[in-house]
Design a protein around this ligand. Sequence first.
Ligand code: SF4
Length: 415
Amino acid sequence: MTTEQKNIRKKLQATDQMNRIMTVYFYGLNEAATSGNKKVAWCTSVGPAELLRAMGFAVHFPENHAAMLGATRMSTDMIPAANAIGYSPDICSYLTADIGAYLKGITPLSKAYKGIESIPKPDVLVYNTNQCRDVQDWFAWYAREFSVPIIGITSPKNINEVSSAHIDDVTRQIEALVPTLELISGHKLDMDRLRETVSLSRQCTELWKEVLETATATPAPLTFFDGTIHMGPAVVLRGTPEAVEYYQVLLAELKQRIAEGVGAVEDESLRIYWDGMPVWGRLRQHSDLFAGLKANVLASTYCSSWIFQAFDAQDPFRSMAKAYLELFIVRSDAYKEKYIKEMLAKFRIDGIIYHDAKTCPCNSNNRYGMPQRLEAETGIPALVISGDLNDLRCVSDEQTKTNVEAFIEQLEEGK
Ligand code: SF4
């Protein structure tokens, strides 16, 4: 079998609307930073964005910026600049690409959005270590660079069941951020506004969940590769009406596809689950590789990480704490295995790909025997591909192609 067939993943019409709202978001952020009309907070991807937004900050997400560096294949050339100041090539390549790009005075925002010259200078940096320690080190570097405050949440990790003690701990830590944020923003927290923001985040999350679950249909109307792009508003615009409106439009289009029997991949014959980070600089190649083999990578741990069902407008602080703790990456392997097993059944999966990302151990779930245990329990074959999210020096395209082709053949024979 070869992958010489043409790319047959279909474009989603909603993409144009997504591009429009992302453009407004980035220009708004730039305006805040350059005119000073709003204070700018930087936030980790599952940091307390709802609180920051409710307090009137314009919110920048460095992980989103780093993913843009990856997707535009700029990241690999940026990483050595961060290595040169002591940040190892073995640590998070989001961190090294982002700091390296800053040191070189480069940003993909300038190419994508005319008139934006740099990332927005922060007034405060707010992290949550629920995903990894790297985010704190990353923000600490910028705090020194810009001489601005860094505050955050030190999260429990490796949790099996999220208990009230865990929630109490993180709730108190989120509440403790408020006085500093009030001082920087210059006004008091308005609880009604926080409730409204949490409510909008909840609506966004519900819609995003429905979007991803359309892939339970056969053929599935979207792919993991679509998901990595269309999760943009769920990451950077959660807590806003724009994100809610966008996912209503996207969901309607996907439902229409289901009604018409249109799959994202033509003649879908195999259904694949992706665990771990995407390889941002290879989204198109990987999408083409699988689509050419009539295999749809249609569900993933990664895209589902932006489903936060705990958000409750009536109890904003505790529900934010619960949502940030229930995240997959925060949980024990026992929980993760149970979760993936449920996903395999829900999406009727034929095979799993584990991406072993060299610089992100926290998002590489293949290193402690999980693929072998899950394969023994479910009978669903697994393939581990070595690579990285942003450092393309860790990616072997030939090896990936050969391994994926052999894996797909194995799955076809087993059907
Ligand atoms: S989870 Fe991985 S990719 Fe994300 S910030 Fe941490 S180390 Fe980097």
